[in-house]
Write a protein that binds this ligand. Structure first.
Ligand SMILES: *Cc1c(COP(=O)(O)O)cnc(C)c1O
Length: 478
């Protein structure tokens, strides 16, 4: 049995009310009107389905306030940014799903200035004529890498695509079977090759590829010899691979260019900061690769970008390819990139100036102190149903740099205090942390929600919002 609802207020009444006027002032008349109509429809449906046991329907004035409140809440929810800032406590410093590198202050400022003002992007300030887009960073890149020339694109996937298409379209590209990588999503080397119009010529086997394999494959149809960094896996055991140096020697002898796709690519010897050494871009250039490709937002710590550095004639050919126009960089990222690269001129200060390196080199002692400070605050926020413990953990660089390498780290482990808690309780708690104003992203492992504190610098911002944590009821009661 349903009961007839009392008369609902008109759209106009709701709009003219106090909250309705706030909605109009903040979101504009049209948006507010749409939201109010929606709210009144919702109210109408709710009242129609009200049963005899439910409380009596609101009077007209109350209904107008309810509708206005619902409309305003709806408008606010719709207006909240979808691309949300988060706290990355996953332990993966360069987390692709969380946007990889956090930019240096200098890069942020440069990007903001490029957004606010016109910039001489393709304008030669000396001659007053047309300039070249990549000029701003070309010199710096050559200086830092030892390469003859450089060209910039949207990301490393684009760099690889551009190189393959420019140098090997309609011809063969020779790659070791052990290096036919898939890097998440749709980036699979064989597919990129197909799209670039080059024929994949696999050589060797999954675990072993020899010089003679490459030598045997090179013929009149060969456009390119390619070496690919096995970014997210390691071939271990009975293995053999051919160095860039050896590959470059074959390339020179047979007149075939050699490209080395480094993936992450770093410009500094990481061992000087106590990390495992990763082959640098300078190494690849010095080893004789004709072209080297790498990313801007992985270990380099800049904005998303792809680099092609190396032999001038080949870089120029890439720059002239019409595809370059489709994958070029915008002025905002060019500005951020230039500022980031400039920091590399002073490698001693990099752990202070470049967030990626700052995170990677943060002493574990500092993280222990942080865990001690934050443990009680988190314990207070999650309540008595949970135990919060300081815990050792292991961070990863992420984004395909040193895939099996971990960095000793420290954080907090939160698990149900009572024994009867269901497996879903930890997931529910993780979801509650994700619903905070600045969502906190941790990791669930061995029955606990784990926060690696390596990337947490905004400690006050993190702790200050914990009072707003709404702990799922099931877990609150042990
Ligand atoms: C990450 C990676 C890419 C793709 O680089 P993006 O900058 O993500 O486009 C290509 N090749 C290798 C070896 C990589 O590790």
């Amino acid at each position: 049995m349903s009961r007839r609802a009392g008369p609902l207020p008109s759209v106009d009444e709701v709009m003219r009310g106090e909250i309705g006027r706030v909605a109009v002032a903040r979101f504009g008349h049209d948006a507010a009107l749409g939201a109010v109509r929606g709210a009144l429809d919702g109210l109408r449906v709710r009242l129609r389905t009200t049963g005899d046991d439910d409380p009596p329907p609101p009077d007209r004035a109350t209904a107008a306030v309810l509708a206005a409140e619902a409309a305003l809440a709806r408008l606010e929810a719709d207006d909240a940014p979808r691309l949300r800032r988060v706290h990355n406590l996953t332990g993966t410093v360069l987390h692709t799903n969380l946007g990889r590198a956090v930019l240096a202050e200098a890069a942020v400022e440069a990007a903001a200035a490029a957004m606010r003002h016109p910039a001489a992007l393709e304008f030669d300030l000396d001659g007053g004529g047309r300039g070249e887009r990549d000029d701003a960073v070309r010199g710096l890149l050559c200086e830092l890498t030892g390469a003859e020339d450089a060209c910039l694109v949207n990301n490393n996937a684009a760099a690889v695509l551009l190189v393959l298409n420019t140098l090997a379209q309609g011809r063969e590209t020779v790659v070791s079977r052990g290096e036919l990588i898939e890097i998440g999503g749709a980036f699979r080397m064989p597919e990129i090759m197909a799209r670039a119009g080059t024929r994949l010529r696999e050589v060797g086997t999954t675990n072993r590829t020899h010089l003679r394999d490459y030598e045997g494959a090179v013929g009149p149809d060969t456009g390119l010899l390619m070496k690919v960094h096995t970014s997210n896996y390691l071939v271990q055991g009975f293995t053999a691979e051919v160095s860039t140096q050896a590959l470059a020697a074959i390339g020179r002898e047979r007149g075939v260019p050699v490209v080395d796709d480094l993936g992450s690519g770093t410009l500094v010897d990481l061992s000087r900061y106590g990390l495992r050494r990763e082959r640098t871009v300078q190494d690849a250039v010095a080893d004789g690769a004709d072209l080297v490709t790498f990313s801007g937002d992985k270990l380099l710590g800049g904005p998303q970008a792809g680099f092609i550095v190396g032999r001038r004639d080949l870089v120029r050919a890439c720059a002239k390819n019409p595809i370059k126009r489709a994958v070029r960089l915008d002025k905002i990222r060019l500005a951020a990139l230039e500022a980031t690269l400039r920091l590399y001129r002073d490698p001693d200060r990099l752990p202070a100036t470049l967030p990626t390196l700052r995170f990677l080199t943060r002493p574990v002692e500092e993280l222990r102190g942080l865990a001690e400070r934050l443990g009680p605050v988190i314990a207070g926020a999650v309540g008595a149903g949970w135990s919060v413990a300081s815990a050792d953990c292991a961070s990863q660089i992420g984004s395909g740099a040193l895939p099996l390498e971990t960095i000793p780290s420290h954080g907090l482990a939160i698990e149900p205090a009572g024994r009867g808690a269901s497996g879903g309780a930890v997931e529910a708690l993780a979801a509650a942390f994700r619903r905070l104003p600045v969502p906190v992203i941790g990791r669930i492992e061995k029955g606990a929600l784990r926060f690696d504190l390596r990337c947490l610098e905004d400690v006050d911002g993190f702790a200050g919002q914990l009072a707003r944590l709404v702990v799922p009821a099931e877990a609150a009661v042990p």
